[in-house]
Ligand binder design. Structure first.
Ligand code: 13P
Length: 257
């Protein structure tokens, strides 16, 4: 019903040469997976988008960026627009990653503008939401999720919300080796899905894909994917090596629901 989606967020890693090597390796490894009902998305840094796009052009692997600016063009030094990402071959874009919220002043308001800009440019937004350790320990996890989802999706209609992907990424699990337990992840995903029923309706809640992110590895992907409301993963560190990312994709494909 909901197609599994595994995305690799390469963050600020890989030169162009290294990115081409990684994409080539993944293309070789994942070629056999074509038509097995799984979406695979690679999200390199801006500098490597065009080259990676070329490498994966004759495969089912898709391309995503890690951020965008909401204007199509203009005097906005240092920014990259949705129109430019589309031109570089992207079909996805990560929006509101916790690293951008933490280090670059991203807010629900900017996230919301970016989601709208992505949709206008026919890019699938991957909206990242998730609580910090402090928020979890203060019992505020669900409040934070509600704030990120509700305000991130402000004025986004049903037609559009059906096109996007949500990624639940608890900040305390990112790059720490500490994965949320499958039960913790499921609780958050179920909460987000129930929220979609309230904000939209049952159809939206049943169709929108929710990925989990935070120390996903070949060793934990199966039990995470077995949770009913987990529809895939947004992988950081383990997406930087052919072997570990290909392994995650293959294992996720074994758990197609
Ligand atoms: P890690 O898999 O390195 O914990 O990163 C997760 C992440 O931030 C993906 O967007």
């Amino acid at each position: 019903m909901r197609k599994t989606i595994i995305a690799g967020n390469w963050k600020m890693y890989k030169t162009i040469k290294e990115a081409i090597e990684l994409a080539n390796g993944l293309k070789r490894e994942l070629f056999k997976l074509d038509n097995q009902g799984i979406d695979v998305v690679l999200c390199p840094a801006f500098t490597a988008l065009s080259e990676v796009s070329e490498v994966i052009s004759e495969s089912d692997i898709m391309l995503g960026a890690q951020d965008l600016y909401w204007q199509d063009e203009g005097a906005f030094t240092g920014e990259v627009s949705g129109k430019m990402l589309k031109d570089a071959g992207c079909s996805f874009v990560i929006i509101g990653h916790s690293e951008r919220r933490q280090f670059f002043g991203e807010t629900n308001e900017t996230v919301n503008k970016k989601i709208k800009a992505a949709l206008i440019n026919a890019l699938t937004p991957i909206l990242c939401v998730g609580e910090t350790l402090k928020e979890r320990e203060a019992g505020k996890t669900l409040d934070v999720l509600k704030d990120h989802v509700q305000n991130g999706l402000r004025e986004i209609g049903k037609e559009d919300v059906l096109k996007l992907v949500i990624a639940y990424e608890p900040v305390w699990a990112i790059g720490t080796g500490k994965t949320a337990t499958p039960a913790q992840a499921q609780e958050a995903h179920k909460y987000i899905r129930d929220l979609l029923v309230k904000l939209y309706d049952q159809e939206v809640a049943a169709q929108v894909r929710i990925q989990y992110g935070g120390s996903v590895k070949p060793e934990n992907i199966i039990e995470l994917m077995q949770q009913p409301d987990l529809d895939g993963a947004l992988v950081g560190g383990a997406s930087l090596q052919v072997e570990s990312f290909a392994d995650i994709v293959k294992k996720a494909a074994e758990v197609i629901k």
